[in-house]
Every structure is written in C-alpha cells, then in structure tokens.
Design a protein around this ligand. Structure first.
Ligand code: BGC
Length: 247
C-alpha cells in the first residue's frame, strides 16, 4: 500500500518521539497571522502578523505565508484559514484578496512550497472550530475586512455558508454594512447599531443556541448583546486550525 505524504510525516514524528507541531495560518484581507500549536492547541510560538501583500494574488500571498512559516521554526503540518469559499483544498473566490483565486489549489501549492501536508478551510469556519461548544446549533460570525460566517450543528460544520453576501438592508449585504470599509466610513456608533440589527435578523432566521462574534473588529463592539451571543477573541481564528486534522 502506498504511503501518503501525511502518513510519512506522522511516522517520522513518531520515530522522533516528538509531539506533532501544527503551523496555523490565518489569511485575512488586511493581515496574515501565524502561530505554531501543540496537539492540545497550546501556542508554542509567539503569534506573528504581517500585512497582506497587495495585490493579494496567489503567488504574493503564498510568498508571505512561506516567510511567516520560516520565522516560526519547525512544524509537521499546516492549517490555513482562507477568506473565501474553499472546497477540498481549492479556493473558489476571495472577495477581499484578488480575482485570481477562483479554482486555485492552495492546499497542493502550499504543500509543495512548504514540504509538509497542508489543509485549508474558510477562515470563519476555522474560527468557529476554535470556539464552539459542540452542542446544538452554533453560528459564528467574524467582523474583519469582510463578514465571515460558519454554522455548526452538534459540532459538525454546515459548509459554505456565506451570510456576508446576503442582503441585510436596502439591497446592501452584511459585508457592505458591517465590513471594515463600512466601519471606517460610518464610524463606530452607526456600525454598532447595524450590528444590533444584523443580530436581530440572524436570531429568528437561524434560531441558534449560541452566536459567537469574532474577527479583528469584534473589539469595536460597544453595545450590550443578548445573552446567547458571545464575543470571542480573534486569536481563536488560529486555534481552530487543529480541528482540520481531526478525522
Ligand atoms: C468571504 C468569506 C470570508 C469573509 C471573512 C467574505 O468576503 O466571502 O468567505 O469568510 O469574507 O474573511
């Protein structure tokens, strides 16, 4: 039987009897973040962040990821949170990066570049894996450059949910009204009001048990949120990376 690249890595790690190190990367529209995690999700390195290169083409972003990876030291596998729809390692789009991401095999390309197995998932889904309780209906939204979303039922991901591109008000989408550009344009007060309206719409639509609000701009929230809504740290965007290897 053939040995997969993944099995080869696991075997060599077992031989070295050293714990497996997972490099977690979060590709965002504004910054790319990296941290190395232990098998229990403990950060083993300091979280690093660099600006997303512009234009954010696959080649430019991959070079930045490779630089970040080099600075992190040794790792056995890589998890990537990507700001667009991802299907089996292939990116379908990236509204806040560049038009060249349609049909790009990021997992394969990065595996070749970094020399270890790479798994890629949507950034909000990865964030969700880092924060959910695993019971009931849990919705995760992320407020950053874009508006991310991830839906989980008893810990299982419902794939490809893109609330960000759904209209919320007067033909404007959640992302139009709550993305970083909107926050900068209308200011914190109005943006917070919009967030309240968005949550009032999401609650009776998804009937979730819990809603988690993450992403870099979650720290800009000043309004009191309902008891079933929890603000979560943006660092979770990286910690959820371990979940991509649970199978
Ligand atoms: C993308 C999502 C992504 C979100 C946050 C949106 O524009 O469509 O896939 O999760 O931005 O990065």
């Amino acid at each position: 039987m053939e040995t997969t690249a993944e099995e080869a890595v696991e075997a060599s790690v077992t031989r070295r009897s050293q714990p497996l190190r997972t490099l977690a990367i979060d590709i965002g529209g504004t910054g790319i973040k990296a941290v190395t995690l232990s098998t229990t999700g403990k950060p083993l390195t300091k979280r690093a962040r660099v600006k997303t290169p512009r234009p954010a083409t696959p080649a430019a972003v991959m070079n930045t990821v490779a630089e970040l990876a080099k600075a992190q030291g040794s790792f056995d596998r890589v998890s990537v949170g990507f700001p667009g729809v991802v299907r089996r390692g292939i990116t379908l789009n990236a509204p806040n990066l560049n038009g060249k991401w349609g049909g790009f095999h990021l997992a394969d390309a990065l595996t070749k570049k970094l020399g270890v197995p790479v798994r890629v998932a949507n950034d909000a889904d990865v964030q969700g894996f880092g924060v959910i309780a695993g019971h009931g209906v849990e919705l995760v939204i992320t407020l950053g450059t874009g508006f991310g979303s991830g839906l989980f039922v008893d810990g299982k991901l419902v794939p490809n949910l893109e609330i960000g591109h759904h209209p919320l008000q007067k033909g404007k989408t959640y992302e139009d009204l709550l993305g970083d550009a909107a926050l900068k344009r209308v200011g914190k007060k109005k943006w917070n009001k919009r967030l309240v309206r968005a949550i009032q719409t999401l609650d009776p639509t998804f009937n979730y048990d819990r809603l988690y609000v993450g992403g870099g701009n979650a720290e800009r929230i000043t309004v009191k949120l309902p008891p079933n809504v929890k603000i979560v740290s943006n660092v979770a965007g990286l910690l959820g990376g371990l979940a991509l290897w649970r199978d």
